[in-house]
Design a protein around this ligand. Sequence first.
Ligand code: PLP
Length: 458
Amino acid sequence: MTNSGDIFISPLASAAKFAKRWLDELPERGINPTQDIAQVRAAFGDVLPDTGVDATEVIERLGTLGEPGLMAMGSGRFFGWVIGGTMPAPLAADWVLSAWDQNAGAPMLTPTVVALEDIAGEWLLDLLALPKTAAVGFPTGAQMANFGGLMAGRGEVLAKVGWDVNVAGLNGAPKIRVLVNDERHVTIDTALRYLGLGEPEVVAADRQGRIQIDALKRALEAGSGPTILALQAGNIHSGAFEPFQEAIDLAHQHGAWVHVDGAFGLWALASPKLRPLLSGIELADSWATDAHKTLNVPYDCGVSIVKEPSALRRVFGVEASYLPSEHDAQLWPSEKVAELSRRGRGVTVWAALLSLGREGVVALVEEMVETAQLLAAELRKIPGCRVLNDVVFTQVSFAFENEARTEEIGAKLIADHSIWISGSYWQGEKILRISVSNWATSAEDRAVTIAAVHRAAS
Ligand SMILES: Cc1ncc(COP(=O)(O)O)c(C=O)c1O
């Protein structure tokens, strides 16, 4: 096989055909997959052939047989979990990135990708009003961005008490206390597991899911030694933001490292109107967010931000005989996240931000919030429907007269196929939850959504 461009063109043309069909149909198609995993497996066949199939035929099979098992997550009527769609520029940039096939782990490998990721990082810090000297890395998602921030924190709080975890490990190390909001996202707990830090100490949250300052104060005063506090910007049920200023001031008085999980909510900082809700967040030590959620770049792309770059180099820096022994003053991409060889995901962030411009980012975020607030207002008019949260950001949690009725309406909504709203459990109650995370959600999508809830509730 030769590696000439021609042999790529036919499969790429086939890929473009299927992508076009999917994207054309997305605004109208039903949301739910129409085949389950067993049906999809049966359609594709699971016997590896002895001889290979032509590349174009591979893509033809993928496009035709794969579609029935897809969830229309990019639809403006999909409100499940916190997922987000994709915009044209980052999607197309992702294709170019795949064709370039760059390993973005080290600067001498790929100046273009590293330069674009650096620019994207600087633009992000500027848009989110976070410290300009912070390091910005692009891991797979907020899970790994939470891991990165907490990993840097673990290294720093132990270094402060004279313990080098890189050398001595955790056996016999001073105990690290990790304090978390009772309503933290589960990825904080998994990150702590990866880090060998075990279960955190839970601090009570209020009715909107914000950490309670009195409880935090008591918890901080009840112990001593190396401490990490994990806060969140954007509760998955309420969208609420922590009282950052007070919480971070308190934690810093106790020498703690403060990490903020802002998987979708950190983007509120891009809006001058919303920014006051997160006042003081810039004082934290590390922040995690996703570009594949609120910024609507294709999966996957998280963003890991650490105020003090040296804290990252301390934990992620590597030395190997085949790498230059003197690293630059500037961190390598591989020193910002828990990956060495990696995809240059930040290029999709660069493309998204360039295509939106500063005003476009503000509009993207503010329109999502407006959509959530308009949906909440319409839901409140439906007999028996209770909106449970103050809709300060993109999340709307609601329930009906009793759990049986909420469950019944939830099941009807899933069976409706015109929208996707899924259930959850929040503050002792089964609920339904809307997450507005897609740039494409229109007034018409809103109307279809409210009509579907009316139908299910009638
Ligand atoms: C608040 C919060 N943190 C972390 C995550 C994990 O993000 P990811 O799945 O991109 O790793 C999510 C996902 O929805 C989230 O909502």
